[in-house]
Design a protein around this ligand. Structure first.
Ligand SMILES: N[C@@H](CCC[C@H](N)C(=O)O)C(=O)O
Length: 261
């Protein structure tokens, strides 16, 4: 079966977009197809898949990690998804996008996009470990689970080829782990190991969780803008007075075509 696809990225967190307005192209998208599409040697290559399904109230973002697993939310993905809906489906900004973590509102911010990511949930301290070294980490939910660990040097996290060890009673469904260093006032840099994808060049929900953990540690007033550098670029995160996280960053489409993967 041949079907259309697009390829895009947000701060080099890359995605295959699968248009499936009526849900008739992919039906129940299989794990095997997601893995084949995301394969960087035999497929198109991506950290995840964004299936676009039309709903009565708008569009639903069916997000899958590269290993085929489902996640509640993807911050870089939702910006790429909005770019696709605007450029290829004629949807105007601001736009509402349904996700497994509820409705997100996306708007233009110059060349970039801002996503209202909703209210973060801070769930306390936990521990993560790599190669026998352990760090205290802040457990933050952005709809999906994150463990944010401040380290002295981003190289301390090693290769991140394997998932960091974590407490399975805290994260029964796995976790995204961010390692963070300070770069200046309200300015941090991070690396991430994503659940279901391995080390990626960026994670939008991860950057939001990092900004929340940094703002709490700094006692920063609401409304403070945090610059979060990722391997693939920079995201700007604001925790607003009304307890919402606004994430601003790029979203670009780089290719489209037809595949039978
Ligand atoms: N890259 C995403 C997060 C994708 C989902 C994550 N791997 C999970 O399993 O929760 C982002 O930009 O937020």
């Amino acid at each position: 079966m041949s079907y259309p696809f697009l390829k895009g990225h947000g701060t080099e967190n890359d995605f295959v977009v699968l248009p499936d307005p009526d849900g008739t192209v992919h039906g129940d998208l299989s794990t095997e197809r997601v893995r084949a599409l995301c394969d960087r040697r035999a497929g198109l290559g991506a950290d995840g898949v964004l299936r676009a399904v039309r709903r009565a109230e708008g569009w639903f973002m069916d997000y899958r990690n590269a290993d085929g697993s489902v996640s509640e939310m993807c911050g870089n993905g939702v910006r790429v998804f909005a770019r696709y809906l605007h450029d290829h489906q004629g949807e105007p900004f601001p736009m509402r996008i349904e996700t497994r973590d509820g409705v997100k509102v996306l708007d233009l911010a110059g060349d970039e996009l801002t996503a209202d990511m909703g209210t973060p949930v801070v769930l306390g301290e936990t521990t993560v470990s790599v190669d026998g070294r352990s760090w205290a980490a802040q457990h933050v939910s952005m709809g999906n689970p994150h463990a944010v660990a401040f380290v002295d040097d981003l190289a301390d996290a090693g290769t991140l080829r394997e998932a960091p060890d974590h407490d399975p009673s805290v994260y029964p469904d796995g976790v995204n782990v961010e390692f963070v260093v300070r770069r200046g006032e309200h300015h941090v840099a991070m690396r991430v190991h994503e659940r279901g994808a391995g080390e990626t060049r960026s994670c939008g929900t991860g950057a939001c969780a990092v900004a929340v953990a940094a703002a709490l540690a700094d006692g920063a007033p609401r409304g403070t803008a945090y610059r979060v550098d990722v391997l693939g670029g920079t995201l700007t995160i604001v925790w607003t007075d009304d307890d919402r996280i606004l994430m601003t960053g790029p979203a670009v489409l780089v290719a489209d075509g037809v595949t039978d993967l």
